[in-house]
Design a protein around this ligand. Sequence first.
Ligand code: FIX
Ligand code: ZN
Length: 418
Amino acid sequence: MTDITDRHTNVSDLTQRVQRLLADIPITDVHTHTFDPAMGSLLLWGIDELLTYHYLVAEVSRARPDMDIAAFFGMPKSDQADLIWNELFVKRSPVSEACRGVITVMDRLGLNTATDNLAEARDYFRNQNIGDYVNTVCRLSKVNDITMTNDPLDPEEYVCWEQGFDRDPRFHAALRLDSALMQWPAGVPRLQQLGYRVTNHLDDATFGEIRRYLMDWRRRLDARYMAISLPPTFRYPQADACITTLIRETVLPVAQDTGLPLAMMIGVKKLTNPALQLAGDSVGKAEIETVERLALDYPGVRFAITMLSRENMHELCIAARKFANILPFGCWWFLNNPSLIREITAMRLETLGLSFIPQHSDARVLDQLIYKWEHSRDIIGTVLAEKYALLPHAIDDKTIQRDLHHLFGTPIAATAGQ
Ligand code: FIX
Ligand code: ZN
């Protein structure tokens, strides 16, 4: 039995080895809001987009409670960015995770982070072309496989798919279902515009047309999975809930017939504060029994699940121990902070071994891949090293690399039956 001193040496040695090896592991990012560079202005990048990320809008609304948020949103994006920089980075120390992220990106790009203005940063980005810059971001972040969030009902995105484009092999599609199915019948007019003969009535004809929509666009996007975000009140079974009926009658049959995984992101309370727009969403504790019943009733469907409430994450680990068709993934949104990534990763390793996907970036701005993955690799690698250090036998580099490839290098679809 190694004594406490040896054990501490062992942990620090293992941590250094894991981090060294992890630095060379290509990362698969299973959920982002970035886009293939061929999709034009849908792909957000650069200092003004980084600084007007909705996480920072929420934080500047706290730094400036006197600010008229509607007037803020009416300002040019560069003025919004200047204001956020001044309030959160100059007048206050950028210690929040979202602020620190911007600092990490600027630093890794060689930009001065102690400046009181954005002139140098804007000059840097003005001189970038997106093709080379995607390569720079992928090189710095080690991400080489990026899953987008794709919505054919979005008019701007629809045009891209209709016109067609040469796809960048690093960017993969996921068919997002929210605009079609949530707040039914809000999606009906757009589905009809795309030629699907749906009506407001939840009947077999409409179900059949929605399934046709899913099958058509799964193929057109070459989608890796279907995805939907759901409120904490989502229940299955729930006889009188539109969304439960629609998922049961359309999404799950397609998942069963095609083997396409279904990613369910559960626990978001949309627009708790509508004035903050995207920054106005909040969190609520969902019912884990709903996830368990879905996994029980649909054993042939692969459910990739992430939840937004910290309390739900432990319940999800236990549910995943009961159902192998539940794949926990990521530390989503309000959980994507060092203290919680550490806690969640430890509980997952302790309850699930390596049978989960530890992180996704949820990046909305391309450059965020740099910080979201650097910050997460540091923590996840360290927690894994601590678990290795508890084993009495030596762990060689090959074993560590095998485990890291498994944790960081497999897309949701490929982890079926892992
Ligand atoms: O539903 C989602 O995909 C969420 O991740 C987003 O709606 C959210 O705004 C986000 O970007 C969180 O990180
Ligand atoms: Zn997301």
